[in-house]
Each structure stands twice: as structure tokens, then as C-alpha cells.
Design a protein around this ligand. Sequence first.
Ligand code: APR
Ligand code: ZN
Ligand code: ZN
Length: 361
Amino acid sequence: MPQQVRGVIARGKGEPVRVETIVVPDPGPGEAVVKVQACGVCHTDLHYRDGGINDDFPFLLGHEAAGVVESVGDGVTEVAPGDFVILNWRAVCGQCRSCRRGRPQYCFATHNAKQPMTLLDGTPLSPALGIGAFADKTLVAAGQCTKVDPAASPAAAGLLGCGVMAGLGAAVNTGGVGRGDSVAVIGCGGVGNAAVMGARLAGAAKIIAVDIDDRKLATALRLGATHTVNSATADAVEEIRALTGGNGADVVIEAVGRPETYKQAFYARDLAGTVVLVGVPTPEMTLELPLLDVFGRGGALKSSWYGDCLPSRDFPLLIDLYLQGRLDLDAFVSETIALDQVEEAFARMHGGDVLRSVVML
Ligand code: APR
Ligand code: ZN
Ligand code: ZN
């Protein structure tokens, strides 16, 4: 039987979001209905509300979530009712060229649930990143569910579904940070601070946190940064070089998404270092660089998407580390809120007051 539950809906560009009644169908083949327990508020949800992603209103927001599988459709083997799962927005196909070449992180045929969730009048909803988890229950593809140890707190676990995974994976997976490396992280919001945490986990010797907001730098120190640079008052590139014996960092992670910070990342790396770009620029942004500098530097320039994660590999492992006390996911949960407080959380996100607000259901 289709179920009626509450969901946070964005009806039109820039309009405040509202809790409305939605209809969640029974899971079809390859699908699962998940009872959501926690869902973090991410910038991407706000971009959806503001029409920055596409115009497929109405959206069912929320995509950084953990919960319990309630029911599954025919042919589902990945998960079973009762499993505690983290939702991911890249269920890989296993068959495309990238998947077959052993690079499923670049799968270009990722999939979501086939049936739509709807409003009461039957209007189909567009779930944010194919998830839609600011809701009591949501319908996803079974491949979007990754089973993890249920001893983890849902609020912390859900964060691995997007922002924390993006930052941590940028350091560990994309950047390949290793023991003894020097790492600089430019921009220490939720994503950048997760990169700081990842760098520490990977055994970096020096972790330089750069931000224009001292509150963010204080959190970075708590998560493992060894040095901080407030780039509102100091030259980020000069400071990073000075802290690395004049060389630049082995791995520089950009987690802002602006031309000036892309440029800082480019010049703050060691000649053979790696730049990892996680911050997402807007379409009109450009950057001019002397070609001789591009040519003259070795190393690598990489972008990182979803932390190059493989949910089936990374989520259970990171939850185990969390349960062992080696990964402080709780540090990212600035506040827990109710389903009808998402709009207020968007405002606080703008003010830079929180790393993550997490909706508890
Ligand atoms: N130099 C250094 N830090 C900056 C600058 C700057 N010029 N401008 C902003 N910042 C800092 C902010 O102070 C903030 O701490 O960058 C951080 C951005 O963090 P959030 O707004 O919390 O964003 P976050 O969720 O961490 O995402 C960062 O990664 O995945 C992408 O789309 C995401 O582009 C975004 C980026
Ligand atoms: Zn997100
Ligand atoms: Zn594929």
C-alpha cells in the first residue's frame, strides 16, 4: 500500500520550503523504502531550492541520510528489511565502461528509484540527488543503500552520505595523502574540515588549515590540523610555503570553489605535489594562469567528486573507525533540528554558524 508521510518540499525558485504530505509507493523491483532517521542539511539542498541545479520543481529535499530499510522490492539482494543503512547518491551500474575498467567512481550510468514519489494530488516529486530524505520515509534504488553497523548514531552516519565523505575522500581517495605528507586545506567548512580529518587519518605529518573565519579554524585544530592560517589577514600561499620549508604542501585541497582559492591551491603545492579541487565553482568563474607556471610544475591537478568514494567499500569502514573513536563524525553535528526547521537551517548555513544542522526523524 502506498504510504502518506511528511516531506520537505521546494515548490518554486527561492520560495521557503514547507513540510507537506507526500505519497511513497511500495518498492518495485530493485527498489527499497527506507525509514529515515537522520538527514543533514547540505548546500546542495539550498541550490535546489534556489533553482541553481535545474527547474524540475517540486523538489523533495534532503540527501545526506541514514535510516532503516522498511521494505524491499523483487530481486533486491543488497539489503533486507531491518538493515541500518547510509544512503548514497551514486548507485553504480557495474556495466558501463568505467565500471568494467575498475573505476566505478566514474560510473556514468548511476541509477535511482524508477517509480516517482508524489504529492497528494499525484504531482511527481524530484528527489534531491535522487534521494529525497527530508521525509519520514523515502523510496530509493536498493543500490543506494549501504548497510553499516547499527551501533552508529544515525546523525553521524548520515553525514557520510554527502559532505563528510566528499571532504574525507578528497584527502584519502583522490589526494592519496600518505604517512608523513604535508597537507594544506583551503576552506574549512564541513567539507574542508572533513578533509582535515581524512588527512589526519591517513597519517599526514603537517596539516595546515586555511580559512577567513577563525571559528572554522578552531574546529580544524580540534579535528587534527597542526597549523592554521587566517587568509583574510595573511597571504595563504606564503604561509603554506613557510610552513613547509619553502616547498609548498604535498597535497593541497581546495574546498571553497572560488577563483582566488583555486589559484592559491595551484601555487601552494610542492613542485611535485597534488592539488585536489573539491569546491564547486559557478559557471561564470574563470582563472587565468601563466602557461609557464602550468608547464613548469609537475605533480597533479585533480578534481574530486563525492570524494571518489565507493560506498560499499568506504561507508562500513568509516563507520567502524567512528565506533572505535578514531573518526569524530559527531564534531560535524552542530545542531539537531525537526523536519519543519529546514528553512531556518538554510539561514544559519549562510551565516557560517554551523558545520551541519541535522534533521532528526
Ligand atoms: N579563503 C578561504 N576560505 C574561504 C574563503 C576564502 N576566500 N571564502 C570562504 N571561505 C571559507 C568559509 O569561511 C567556510 O568556512 O570556506 C568555507 C566554506 O564552507 P561551507 O560554506 O561550510 O561549505 P562546505 O559545505 O564546506 O562546501 C565547500 O565544497 O563540495 C563543495 O559545493 C561545495 O563548493 C562547496 C565546497
Ligand atoms: Zn550534499
Ligand atoms: Zn557504471
